[in-house]
Design a binder for this molecule. Structure first.
Ligand SMILES: [Mg+2]
Length: 227
């Protein structure tokens, strides 16, 4: 009998990918650079590489931001001094924060989870401060259960311990909890290793397509949970 749902935040409840696109469209022209699919792919690649170092607690959050710019700026031919990095990142951040939105299918899904009497919580790899601000800006503050991040759990996804600890915090056995998230490697496989059920929310239909517990929108979540 299912009792709880651990929801990922970025690209599950909040359109992180869309916010990054919108932010690059605002910010890059300020630097005198055109925002293209190439600059966007480059930004994604640099972000993923350095976020791993933060998740593994090898660098601070501020330092992973600087590392992203040290890789990114030379490739878009923007000269910089070390002291410029934080102010330059601020420009991106303002644009990113102004673009935070929840997905349109979130309201109905949360209502269905509530009606089914399920406990909810958010499990994310971001910082407490930024992820709290994101929930508030996207109109989700107080509408989903507690927020657990790498900072308060001391461990990040893809460690199965992140899922075990989150279940412990909400007082539920892992076998009674389902993880729902967009990253198969971060939200699905380690959740199963911790004994939870896991549903892959594959919003961009990128696969793996042989994943048996898979949705492309949250609209089908309540039905999927009753299966
Ligand atoms: Mg995510």
């Amino acid at each position: 009998m299912l009792r709880g749902v651990l929801l990922d935040l970025d690209d599950t409840l909040i359109d992180h990918h869309g916010a990054v696109r919108a932010a690059l469209d605002l910010w890059l022209p300020e630097l005198g650079v055109a925002s293209t699919s190439e600059t966007s792919a480059l930004w994604d690649e640099v972000q993923e590489r350095h976020m791993v170092a933060w998740r593994e607690r090898r660098v601070s959050f501020a330092e992973q931001r600087r590392r992203r710019l040290r890789d990114f700026l030379p490739q878009i031919r923007i000269p910089y001094e070390e002291n410029d990095l934080d102010p330059i990142f601020e420009g991106y951040l303002r644009a990113y924060e102004s673009s935070w939105r929840r997905f349109p299918d979130v309201d109905e899904a949360l209502a269905a989870l509530g009606a089914a009497g399920l406990t909810t919580a958010v499990l994310t790899n971001g910082t407490v401060e930024q992820q709290r601000a994101k929930l508030a800006k996207a109109g989700l503050e107080g509408r989903v259960g507690p927020l657990f991040t790498v900072e308060d759990l001391g461990v990040a996804k893809p460690s199965p311990d992140a899922f075990r600890l989150a279940c412990e915090r909400i007082g539920l056995e892992p076998a009674r909890v389902v993880s729902v998230g967009d990253r198969h490697d971060l939200d699905v496989l380690p959740a199963r290793a911790a004994g939870l059920r896991a549903i892959h929310l594959d919003r961009r239909d990128a696969g793996p397509h042989d994943e048996p517990d898979r949705l492309t929108t949250l609209t089908g979540l309540a039905a999927a949970l009753s299966r």
